[in-house]
Ligand binder design. Structure first.
Ligand code: AMP
Ligand code: GLY
Length: 426
């Protein structure tokens, strides 16, 4: 069968690479893809924009593609799956209604509250004066979030009342996030350790992927501005077997029940961003309606089950009692970014060497492009070097050894990805 993946990041390279290994597959197309998906033997890029649903549907019909998997959130929130369904085509991902779990923080917080799923105390405002009044009564730090999609940048953790007031004004009156910031959610600060918990949903049942953890801050020691993620590893040691069971019983199963009660038919990946407190209790920070980036890279590196079959089963509603299998080893990814990211950065730097994949490592591409057979940088997050190891320490030292072989001008990466997990290991 032929498959289409939409998107152009590290997530899409890793998903397409794993899909292409299924015995059910003859060809995988990526729209629009990157240099990594262009160079991969069994993948081909098609030059269609991720938001051009009409062109995607025509291509799928013309080439006889039997399954489409949507990578990023923007097309899901915009209703790409609804359009594919109307055209009678199989498309893996939630429809526009389900994607509201990522598309609107107010929607999600109300959903969580209604179904008694643990999350930070909150209030939502469309009036800046009322928002400022509410913030004045809160303990510091105060968490302020733009309601809509803001590419991972719509969250400010204000350390003072002044910063809170300025943030609310910027978001609601200064138009810092456009329409996405016309409503803000203000919430209680949660202490603890974060984990990413991603499940596959078939409309009724949710089956878990291995846990993972990402590093969102740009600089070592988790300092500096928030990014989409500078590295990740799987599994997350904070998700012990006991915490795993807590997450399934307090978060995932109630979420499935809540979706059913609300009449939301959700098919696709569901990503719960969680805060785990010192006693192992999970609270939901956010939901995403797609796989994590860079969490996809270490998780796909470890995945042994057939991802194509699982997507088909999810669309058919037959995931009950299935289990996704993973390599016992740990996988860790370090993102090589362009200097300046998450702010402005240069594109078009030539990448000199990209190491060959072997049985324990793989370099996934993100912001890269191919020109006359050469690879150039084309985004903030450029590559995701990934390795398996018997523990986080071994996976990490393998990744940093490989990273030294890669060269492009003004490359920037964190030197401590996985440090918390390594502290736990020792
Ligand atoms: P979000 O876009 O909601 O995932 O928020 C981005 C990041 O901000 C999260 O990954 C957390 O690191 C942090 N964050 C968000 N909400 C809270 C909260 N209530 N308490 C502490 N940290 C938070
Ligand atoms: N790595 C965080 C995300 O994908 O949202």
């Amino acid at each position: 069968m032929k498959i289409l993946v939409t998107g152009s990041g590290g997530r899409e390279h890793a998903l397409a690479w794993r899909l292409a290994q299924s015995p059910l597959v003859t060809e995988v197309f990526v729209a629009p893809g990157n240099a990594g998906t262009a160079l991969e033997e069994n993948l081909s890029n098609v030059d269609i924009d991720v938001m051009d649903f009409k062109a995607q549907i025509s291509f799928v019909k013309e080439v006889g593609i039997e399954l489409t998997l949507i990578g990023p959130e923007a097309p899901l929130v915009a209703g790409v799956v609804d359009l594919f369904r109307e055209a009678g085509l199989k498309c893996f991902g939630p429809d526009a209604l389900g994607a509201q779990l990522e598309g609107s923080k107010t929607f999600t917080k109300n959903f969580l509250a209604r179904h008694e799923i643990p999350t930070a105390a909150y209030a939502s405002f469309n009036d800046a004066t009322k928002a400022i009044e509410y913030a004045a009564g809160m303990d510091l730090p105060i968490v302020i979030k733009a309601d809509g999609l803001a590419a991972g940048k719509g969250v400010v953790i204000a350390q003072s009342q002044d910063e809170a007031i300025n943030t609310i004004k910027d978001m609601m009156q200064g138009n810092a996030f456009g329409e996405a910031g016309s409503i803000v959610v203000i919430e209680e600060f949660l202490a603890g350790e974060e984990a990413s918990f991603i499940v596959m949903v078939d409309g009724k049942n949710a089956i878990p992927f291995a846990s993972s953890q990402d590093h969102k801050a740009a600089y070592d020691g988790d300092m500096g501005p928030n990014t989409g993620g500078m590295g990740a590893y799987s599994p997350a040691p904070v998700v012990t077997p006991k915490v795993f069971e807590e997450i399934m019983s307090k978060v995932i199963r109630p979420t499935m029940q809540g979706l059913n009660d609300d009449g939301i038919f959700y098919v696709g990946f569901l990503y719960a961003g969680l805060m785990i407190d010192a006693d192992g209790n999970p609270k939901v920070i956010e939901f995403n309606c797609r796989f994590g980036d860079p969490e996809t890279q270490p998780i796909m590196m470890r995945m042994k089950s057939d991802l194509v079959q699982l997507c088909l089963d999810a669309i058919d509603g037959s995931l009950a009692n299935q289990e996704i299998e993973f390599d016992e080893r740990v996988a860790l990814t370090v993102v090589m970014a362009a200097k300046g990211y998450p702010g402005s950065y240069a594109k078009g730097q030539k990448i000199l060497t990209i190491p060959e994949e072997n049985d324990y490592s793989k370099t996934f591409h993100a912001g890269t492009t191919l020109s006359a057979g050469k690879v150039f940088t084309n985004g903030g997050r450029v590559l995701g070097v990934t390795a398996l190891g018997k523990n986080v320490g071994e996976a990490q030292s393998r990744v940093y050894r490989i990273l030294k072989e890669i060269e492009f001008k003004d490359a920037l990466y964190r030197s401590d990805i996985g440090y918390r997990a390594i502290e736990r290991e020792s």
